[in-house]
Design a protein around this ligand. Structure first.
Ligand code: DHB
Ligand code: FE
Length: 272
């Protein structure tokens, strides 16, 4: 009961691993250190933290595989490009009314209150099919980090499901919500993956980004991220996930006490 796909791909993996070892004259001591390093990543991985995935990410592997997969599944070239899921997605974010906010706690007592007000943003746009038809009842699942650079599950000071929500598009295919303009922050760098970055003299920062999973019946779910074009890390993402089509610019928003910035972005889904 051989696995056909494994039988197909393993010889290539072995060939490339051997070629790598020959090319760099890999020693027993170095190979042993690498095995220990991978063991260390595995041991510290659990539901809350996936260090092995992080290791793949800092060498661009998750982003590469994501690109290969979406190119294979695409049915048109007008679809919005995908981007990696990343380690901080949570299922079952609350379903919120269109036009409401994913900010659970904006009381003046949170330490980053002022920054949150300055970065408040109104996000809207439509979910479309690749021929441009609006898709109603599509679900826009959105999440981003707090101004302190931490996702809600990394940070005990944040309420459950802070900066997370799901929105259903209306009859025009439109979603609308309040969120924050995202800030750059370091990927978790207190483990072996972070140590490796240090040994390579690399920084751990990702440019500020907002995550989305957009789904609708009859269409392929789209996992993607949007990036602020004024971010200093836009061209040096630690996990190599930025794509030109996903780089956006927030515009100043006037006359809205709830938002200083606005962004309009349409998501284009491919058919299953
Ligand atoms: C990674 C991705 C993210 O979106 C993030 O917020 C942190 C880390 C990653 O690819 O490891
Ligand atoms: Fe992220």
């Amino acid at each position: 009961n051989a696995n056909q796909r494994l039988v197909q791909v393993m010889p290539s993996l072995v060939r490339h691993l051997h070629a790598f070892a020959r090319e760099v004259n890999l020693t027993v001591a170095e190979w042993t250190a690498a095995v220990e390093f991978i063991n260390e990543c595995g041991k510290m991985s659990d539901d809350r933290r996936n260090e092995t995935q992080l290791l793949c990410d800092i060498v661009g592997l998750e982003s590469l595989v994501d690109g290969i997969t979406s190119k294979m599944l695409a049915t048109s070239n007008s679809e919005t490009p995908s981007a990696i899921l990343g380690p901080f997605y949570r299922q079952d974010a609350p379903l919120l009314p269109n036009g409401s906010s994913i900010i659970r706690n904006l009381s003046p007592s949170v330490p980053w209150h002022e920054q949150a007000v300055a970065d408040s943003a109104f996000l809207t746009g439509r979910v479309l099919s690749s021929c441009g038809a609006p898709i109603k009842k599509a679900i826009v699942d959105v999440w981003h980090a707090a101004p302190n650079g931490l996702y809600e599950q990394q940070d005990e000071s944040q309420p459950d499901m802070n900066f997370r929500g799901r929105f259903e598009t209306d009859a025009d295919g439109r979603y609308a919500l309040y969120a924050l303009r995202p800030v750059p922050y370091p990927i978790p760098d207190d483990g072996p993956a972070g140590r490796l970055l240090g040994l390579l003299d690399r920084h751990p920062y990702r440019p500020g980004h907002i995550h989305f999973i957009v789904s609708a019946t009859g269409f392929r779910p789209l996992t993607t991220q949007l990036y602020d074009d004024r971010d200093e890390y836009i061209a040096k993402d630690a996990v190599f996930a930025v794509k030109d089509e996903l780089v956006i610019r927030f515009a100043p928003r006037e006359g809205d006490p709830n938002a200083r910035w606005s962004l309009e972005y349409d998501f284009v889904l491919g058919r299953v």
